[in-house]
Design a protein around this ligand. Sequence first.
Ligand code: HEM
Length: 424
Amino acid sequence: MSTDILNLDLETAYTAVSETYKGKGDIHAACREMRGKSPIYVGDFIKQFGVPTNAGLKQGTRPTFALFGYKDVMNVLRDADTYTNGFIAEGLGAFFDGLIILAMDGEQHRRVRALLQPAFMPDTVNKWRGQIDYVIRKDFLEPMVPQKKADLMDFGLYFPIREMYALMGFPTDDTEKYKKYAAWTLAMVGGNQVDPEKIDEARRNAGVAVKLLYDAIQEVVVKRRAEGSHGDDIIGRLLRAEYEGERLDDHQVITFVRSLLPAAGETTTRTFSSVMTLLLTTPGLVDRVRADRSLVPKLIDETVRYEPVATFKVRETAKEVELHGVTIPKGSFVQCMVVSANRDEEVFENPDQFDIDRKLKPSFGFGFGPHMCIGQFVAKVELNCAINAILDLFPNLRLDPDKPAPVIEGAQLRGASHVHVIWD
Ligand code: HEM
C-alpha cells in the first residue's frame, strides 16, 4: 500500500487538485468571445484549457459540442431524459464502484434522490445551524482572534470538512480523522488527469485512496448497523432506507457515502475563498455587509453566479437533437458552460460586474434541474455562519497590505488559494 497516500495531508491534496483543475487561459474571456460569435461551438471547447472533464477517458472519443447561453444551459440541465449522466460512472466514476448519485439517470436517479432528499431539506439543515455556528466560532475562529492576521484559507480548508463528516454521521470523538478522509477524497478526485506523465501515478493513488476510504466508512457503517441504525444523519437514513424494494446492504451504503464525499467538502472551501475575496476587494462592500447582515445571503448568491466553482457540466445526448441549426448526434458530449450562462448579457445586466443588489434570477453555480446540488442548503448555512462569525470576531477585517491580494482563478474549478487578512 502506498505510504504516500496514507500520510497525505489535506493541504497538499487540495493544492494538487487545484493545480490539476486550474489549467490555462482565461475562461471568462474565452466564453465572452464565444457569446459574441455563436451560441454553439462544434468541437471540444474545454480542451484548450488543459483540464480534465468528468467524461474521463472517454473525452475525445465522441462528437463534442459546447453551449454558452443561459437558456440553452438551463434547457440541457433541466432535460435529464435527453441529456444524461450515466457516462460519468465510466469517467470520473471509474475510480469508484457501487452507487453514485451523480452518474444515475431517469427513474433510478429519481428514487435515490427521493431517498436522500429529506436529510438535506432546509428544515432539517436549519436544525444543525446552532451546532455549525458553535464549531466555527469555538473550535476555529476564537483561537485565531489574538493573532490579528491570518490566511483565511487556513480556516476555509478545514471547517466544511469538519461539519460535513459530523452531518454524515461519522463519530465526532476523533475529528482529526476527517482531515485524512478528506485528503484521500481529493486523491480520488485527482485521479482524473489530462497530463499523460501524471496519469499512471494519479490513477494508482486514486485506487489506493478509494480502498482506504472504503475501509474507513465500512468501520462506521458496520458499527452503526450493529447499534440499531438510528439517527437522522445521512448514514442513519441510508441504513434504514429501501432501494428497489430492499434495504441497502453495507456495500451499497459504503459506496454511496463515499461518492458523496467529493461533492461536499472542497466545493464549499472554494466558494468560501471566492466569497471572501469578492467581499474584501469590492470597494465599500465589507463595511456595508458588516453593518447589515441581511446582505450575507445576497453576497453568497451573487458569488455563486459571478464565480461558480465548477465552470462547466458535461452531459451525453440520449438521442439526436438539433440546436441552433446544428445536428448533435445521439451519444455526443455536450459541454454546458455554466461560467458563461451565468454572465449571459441577454439575461444579466452588466454581467461582468459583481453586484449583490442585482435582481435575483436562477443561475447555475449549484447546477439546475434533477441533479441540482442536493447539499446547497448545507453549503449556504455553513458559508453564512462562517461569514457572520468572521465579521463578528475580527474587527475592521481587511486585506493584509503586506501580502499578495487574493486572485480567483481556475479553468475548471475556480477559487483563490490564499486570502491574507488583518484585523484590529
Ligand atoms: C458551495 C458548495 C457547493 C457547490 C458550489 C456545489 C455544486 C454542485 C453542482 C454544480 C452540482 C450539479 C452537478 C451536475 O449537475 O452535474 C452539485 C451536485 C451535487 N452536490 Fe453539490 N455543491 C456544493 C456543496 C455540496 C454539499 C455541502 C453537499 C453535501 C453533501 C453536496 C452534494 C451534492 C450531491 C450529492 C450532488 C449530486 C446530486 C444529484 O446528482 O442528484 N454539494 N453540486
